[in-house]
Design a binder for this molecule. Structure first.
Ligand code: NAI
Length: 248
């Protein structure tokens, strides 16, 4: 089950956190991995080494997903290096949390550029390749705050809600070509991103989770693996919450 041997996955933001765990999980299931990273060279080198030790082909590419031409160039290089691509995971994301009162235009633009436009840029790069091959999997890492909104995250919640709209639109456009597009909406997951949260916000988040624990990167990677696998062939346009029941 969930075999990925012979497939190549492109994963953005896989130098650490959720993206790295998705890369490792896919690699253990036999997939070759091309991953993007940005301003995180040491972690990227360590990830590339760990992936290659699994015995598959893996390579990291320095690329800012907010840069349209940069994404296209990275994708062209990946095709040259790997031949073809079967799975795209749009995972790269940043936060710049603050109330609207303090939020500057640049704070809004930065988060939209990476979290939403970054996914557009990479999807646009892979689109024709998947269309021609008449197969492909797109998995977008959204967030439960894209479903609910969140005080202090107007930029981030807008980007994550937009990502759901992008997912469903692509699912409708490419369904007849046997390409699926789905989103995962993680809840409160233990990573470097959430390690930076104030203690009060962490306590409030935990209190709102029926399962009374933070999620792990493994919880998200397992869901991504399922969506990437042949077993999920008839699922498209779906948003799967992985949040311990936080939003229902
Ligand atoms: P993280 O901060 O640990 O890792 C983010 C990754 O994205 C890093 O590899 C970083 O180098 C990369 N990245 C950042 N900006 C980039 C850019 N401009 N171009 C290319 N790569 C870039 O974050 P984490 O926690 O692993 O989050 C991964 C995804 O999951 C993000 O999209 C995040 O919004 C989402 N998410 C995380 C949750 C959590 O609780 N940790 C909850 C819901 C969603």
């Amino acid at each position: 089950m969930f075999e990925l041997t012979g497939k190549t996955a492109v994963i953005t933001g896989a130098s650490r956190g959720i993206g790295k765990e998705i890369a490792l999980k896919f690699a253990r299931q036999g997939a070759n991995i091309a991953f993007l990273h940005y301003m995180d060279a040491d972690n990227a080198a360590a990830t590339e080494k760990e992936l290659n030790e699994i015995g598959i082909k893996a390579k990291g590419y320095e690329c800012n997903v907010a840069d349209f031409e940069g994404c296209k160039a990275a994708f062209d290089q990946i095709i040259e290096d790997f031949g073809e691509v079967h799975i795209l995971v749009n995972n790269a994301g940043i936060v710049r949390d603050m109330l609207m009162l303090q939020m500057k235009e640049a704070d809004f633009d930065a988060v939209i550029s990476v979290n939403l436009k970054g996914a557009f840029n990479m999807t646009k790069s892979v689109y024709q390749h998947f269309m021609k091959k008449r197969r492909g999997r797109i998995i977008n890492i959204s967030s439960i705050v894209g479903l609910t909104g969140n005080a202090g995250q107007a930029n981030y919640a807008s980007a994550k809600a937009g990502l759901i709209g992008l997912t469903k639109s692509v699912a409708k456009e490419l369904g007849s070509r046997n390409v699926t597009a789905n989103a995962i909406a993680p809840g409160f997951i233990k990573t470097d991103m959430t390690d930076g949260m104030p203690e009060k916000a962490r306590e409030a988040a935990l209190a709102a989770i029926p399962m009374k624990r933070m999620g792990t990167v493994d919880d998200i990677a397992n869901t991504a693996l399922f969506l990437a696998s042949d077993e999920a062939a008839y699922i498209t346009g779906e948003v799967i919450r992985v949040d311990g029941g936080m939003v229902m």
